[in-house]
Design a protein around this ligand. Sequence first.
Ligand code: GLN
Length: 382
Amino acid sequence: MLRSKLPDLGITIFTRMTQLAQETGAINLSQGFPDFAPPAALLDAAMRHLRDGQNQYAPMTGIASLREQVAHKIARRYGRQLDSQREVTIVPGATEAIFCAIQAVVQPGDEVILLDPSYDSYAPSVHLAGGRCVHVPLQQPDFSIDWQRLQAAFSPRTRLLIINSPHNPSGALISRADLDQLAALLRGHDAWLLSDEVYEHLVYDGQLHASVLAHDALYQRAFVVSSFGKTYHVTGWKTGYVAAPPALTDELRKVHQYVNFCGVTPLQHALADFMAAHPEHLDELPHFYQAKRDLFCQLLQPSKLRCVPAPGTYFQLADYSAIRDDLDDVAMAEWLTREAGVAAIPISVFYREPPKDLRLVRFCFAKQDLTLQQAAERLCAL
Ligand code: GLN
């Protein structure tokens, strides 16, 4: 008798929508990935390291030069000096990092607080650790934290809180004042913090990313996770990192060494080279993506979709109630794919209990301008 450990789960919404886009020939603005090439110097570096023989296991913690580059960047951006040997771990993707961090600290019966809509990998990772998810919805319409509900969600069994800023799918940002409030809230609890900051460099309109790495009290109890995939236009490289104080890093590595042992060697070398040679990439990234966000929102102006420009990430939410108010968002995402030829992601799937009147879908604008123009043309015809 096969007893599923995840009986309520099927295939992720990203796989489903990308498959439907492929079957129908729709423009795929659903799953988040760029349709343009990564920087040529990064590709050259990868080819060079493949040819030069960097094809065997990397150290379990990641190659030293990449850990050092990460520590360097964190010092420059967030003012924290990390020990790159004891506080930085390179992992094959942020998804693995999140899984390992959860397995490292969540014991059977522990509670983990998620802020809904929450990224799809969090809850299954908690369940596999034997933990229980306590879902606290973010407030509409700006996806801000409802402090009263968050406070009320804590119990003596709370072991971990997961936050995500810039936030997928809404693009909302957590502010420095939010982090202060969070630190005050956590002070009375024996709980760890997992801060998913994979979109840390995709923040617009002159705002600065408020990282847990820049917050002393929070960092002491946190795993901070990021992904090179988003920052360097290489989601398929599945390479990310975790920054955490030494005691948490030790526990994370105990899990990581048996989940995957190490990340992909030549790609780590390529990323280390590129980070050292092109620090300006990080400074240019917000402008690059803000221009795409602005183009996409402007192109949708004549449509019946309503957009409030995303403060961060490469996702844009759109209210479709003026087109098909009768459809829920899952049906609407499918309808858009089949009828309009543009695939999107419904956001109700990221909730345990979605708001009843939710009429929002998510579009990914990490696309060539031409792709965005063609998609907008189709959406404006609705
Ligand atoms: N994080 C990506 C998104 O939100 C999807 C990654 C995946 O397909 N697992 O679109």
